[in-house]
Design a binder for this molecule. Structure first.
Ligand code: GZL
Ligand code: ZN
Length: 338
């Protein structure tokens, strides 16, 4: 064992202090470009409905870009492929992983009480985006951000009333084909309510058939193609999202039916994604009712508020409008985020 002689003690002490100083400053300077430590990130489990529509893809993209690592988040993303049981599984996994927050885009309004009670018991706040949930205890979720779907439907109906009035046929028979979104989704329930209320107000308006298109292009194409083979005449299609509208237009054109306000069948469509706005500019879709999917930044700021110990609003509605061919242009459409 090497015994240290008394003579070098002060020198060793200086050297040791020097080495310590250098190591501290290196550690410090290296620290700058070291990414935020894992434990500093806010861990968020996000259960998404699926990838059924352009709207949904835009919603997912918005959430992923807002809840990014450079924004201080660790996002655990789950795509439920349009099956509620997958969402329940995902939420239970998030609880197991003890995330800091759970964000849920619910496929339908019912069926969440038990799993959200488990999240509450685990002390994990839950934020709901897009469609709403119907729970016995409102404390099972902290906040919701999304659209006023009834207002969207009423916007569509006001446009239809104005249009048929201009055509001088407000009190004449109007045959409406209703293409519905996923059963029990708030968007479906509320957009459908607006149409049903209007059909009661206008005795001449008749909903000739209701097709369950599940918000997908493929399903709506099949159902509309089969409906058209019955030979039943229609004046309007009320389609609860753009992807179902794309399927309907394909079926109509295959049957030689011209769509658009100057055609045989007017089409009302919801979401106003870019491809629908293009068809609206072309005159094939008569009106696009906007449904804003860009909830990512709102969710990130809700979480920031909660992190800061603030109490965010329980419900936050996003602003939306509607587009008819007259207000659309190439530059407006290319300037849109989705
Ligand atoms: C509405 C959203 C609906 C969209 C569809 O906010 O829940 O689900 O209208 C999507 O495109 O599939
Ligand atoms: Zn909306």
């Amino acid at each position: 064992m090497i015994k240290r002689s008394g003579k070098c003690r002060p020198l060793c002490a200086v050297l040791a202090a020097l080495i310590l100083l250098i190591s501290i400053c290196c550690a410090g300077c290296g620290q700058k470009d070291v990414p935020v430590q894992e434990e500093d990130l806010i861990r968020v489990g996000f259960s998404q409905v699926g990838s059924e529509s352009d709207w949904r893809m835009a919603n997912t993209a918005s959430m992923i870009s807002a809840l990014s690592e450079e924004n201080g988040f660790e996002l655990i993303f789950d795509n439920a492929k349009q099956r509620q049981e997958n969402q329940l599984l995902a939420i239970r996994n998030f609880i197991q992983q003890d995330v800091d927050y759970i964000v849920l885009a619910p496929i339908a309004e019912s069926g969440w009480d038990d799993v959200l009670q488990e999240a509450k018991d685990a002390g994990i706040p839950v934020i709901i985006v897009d469609r709403q949930i119907a729970v016995g205890d409102e404390s099972l979720y902290t906040s919701w951000v999304g659209s006023n779907f009834l207002e969207e439907g009423q916007r569509a109906i006001r446009w239809l009333e104005g249009t048929v009035q201009q055509q001088g046929r407000l009190n004449q028979p109007l045959r409406i084909l209703h293409i519905m979104g996923t059963d029990g989704a708030t968007a479906q329930i509320q957009r459908t309510k607006a149409l049903n209320d209007a059909a009661r107000t206008h005795p001449g308006w008749k909903i000739v058939s209701r097709l369950k298109g599940e918000y997908t292009e493929a399903k709506a194409y099949e159902l509309v193609r089969d409906f058209l083979q019955t030979g039943e005449e229609i004046d309007v299609i009320y389609s609860e999202n753009d992807n179902m509208t794309f399927g309907a237009i394909r079926a109509l054109e295959e049957a030689g039916i011209r769509c658009g306000t100057d055609g045989d069948v007017m089409i009302i469509s919801f979401d106003a994604v870019r491809d629908a706005l293009k068809l609206c500019l072309e005159g094939k879709i008569s009106v696009c009712v906007e449904c804003n999917p860009l909830h990512g930044p709102r969710v990130a700021s809700l979480i920031r508020q909660l992190e800061a110990g603030e109490t965010p609003a329980k419900l936050t509605y996003v602003d939306e409008t509607f587009f008819s061919p007259g207000v659309l242009s190439e530059e407006l459409i290319s300037g849109r985020e989705y």
